[in-house]
Design a protein around this ligand. Structure first.
Ligand code: PHB
Length: 396
């Protein structure tokens, strides 16, 4: 093989999802160089349908760091959600309970805003590379990759940020003896659809029923995003429109509420689990976002956690390059994991409280309804949910 072309930077970033691009953006603003390396093409990332809720802290990061204020103009501010069970809806009023809101703004748009900003600022982002691997993470980190034209590179950097998503190559390079993996599997998955229909509701509805969970979310005036609980082994092709709408009707309709139906233009089965790899740092490699942790989608925390990691990691790099101190970089993993485990708890709790296990006995079902009532009938219960959903502030 011809020799690799050597290029250098301060921080090599693996992955051009929201975490990698946000890190590159913050570093650039602080005068710190980075090169982002990504296996997927720009188009492939833009076409992936992902979740859509941003905590106020995530919105502030996008707006205050100058990525874009499109989220404020085109996103929808939501001041609450509804929990629906026993055929009745109960509003969790975020503004009243904790004085905060969330924004419905799909992850794809966050990616488009960030990639447009990197491009406008002359950022170096290499999409659609082949065979990107990391080496010598303990002392002289480098990334080997082949670009779209087939040129082989060795990218040498002071540090590597591993923001390469849930199938991370980076996290697997941390020696087994030096890391721990935490897993939790759930006996259900989500069947997600995009449908051409008007909004069924102004706010998100998280519905529990004896037939399983369903989530009514939105996208635009004419296209909606919704999910219902299914078995992880389900094949989306076995579901025609009638069967899909029947699943929604039997989980959310009743007492004057009816889901608004229309042509289904996208359908997928989304499998999920809880996962954490700790610590989130080894030598000169720092993991961020899905590379280090995944949560079930019920708490809408995935993207928000990734952006929080990046904020903490950026502070570490900024402090190192401006003062030479590694104190914040050394504290990165513990600091980020504090929020990660709160989000794991919240996502696990929302998932177990709202889904119905196929083998649930009468006791489990009645206990679950007791749990839901104890949340909605108490200001403290509602406030716990509201604080977690909109994003914790203050102490970790
Ligand atoms: C979505 O709109 O895709 C969405 C919203 C809230 C969730 C998960 C997904 O908890």
């Amino acid at each position: 093989m011809a020799q690799r072309k050597v290029i250098t930077t301060q921080v090599a970033i693996m992955g051009a999802g929201p975490a990698g691009l946000m890190l590159a953006h913050l570093l650039a603003k602080a005068g710190i160089e980075s090169i982002v390396v990504e296996l997927r093409s720009h188009q492939e990332i833009s076409e992936t349908v992902r979740a859509g809720i941003l905590e106020h802290g995530s919105v502030n990061l996008l707006v205050d760091s100058g990525v874009s204020d499109r989220v404020l103009r085109e996103g929808d501010r939501h001041d609450g959600i509804e929990l629906r069970f026993n055929g009745e809806s109960h509003r969790i009023d975020f503004q009243d309970l904790v004085g905060e809101s969330v924004w419905l703004y799909p992850q794809t748009d966050v990616f488009l805003d960030l990639s447009a900003r990197r491009k406008a600022d002359g950022g170096d982002v290499r999409y659609a590379v082949k065979e990107a691997t990391i080496h010598d993470i303990e002392d002289a980190p480098k990334v080997w990759f082949t670009d779209e034209e087939g040129v082989d590179y060795e990218l040498q950097a002071d540090f590597i940020a591993g923001a390469d998503g849930s199938r991370s190559h980076c996290r697997a390079q941390i020696p087994e003896a030096r890391r721990k993996r935490y897993f939790h599997e759930y006996p259900f998955a989500w069947f997600g659809i995009l449908a051409e229909a008007p909004r069924s509701s102004a706010e998100l509805i998280y519905a529990n029923s004896a037939n399983g969970f369903a989530l009514i979310s939105q996208r635009t005036e004419t296209v909606q995003r919704m999910y219902f609980q299914c078995d992880p082994s389900e094949d989306a092709n076995n579901w025609d429109e009638e069967r899909i709408w029947d699943a929604f009707r039997s989980r959310v309709n009743g007492n004057g509420f009816e889901v608004k139906e229309g042509p289904v233009i996208e359908k997928t089965v989304l499998k999920f689990r809880s996962f954490v790899q700790a610590p989130m740092r080894h030598g000169k490699l720092f993991l961020a976002g899905d590379a280090a942790h995944t949560v079930p989608p019920t708490g809408a925390k995935g993207l928000n956690l990734a952006l929080n990691d990046v904020k903490v990691l950026f502070d570490g790099f900024d402090s190192f390059y401006s003062t030479g101190s590694t104190a914040l970089l050394d504290a990165y993993s513990d600091h980020a994991l504090g929020r990660v485990w709160k989000a794991q708890q919240f996502s696990y709790w929302m998932t177990s409280m709202l889904h119905t296990a196929a083998d649930a006995d009468d006791f489990s079902r009645a206990r679950q309804l007791g749990e839901l009532r104890s949340v909605v009938s108490s200001r403290h219960g509602r406030a716990y949910l509201a604080e977690a959903y909109t994003g914790w502030t203050g102490e970790r």
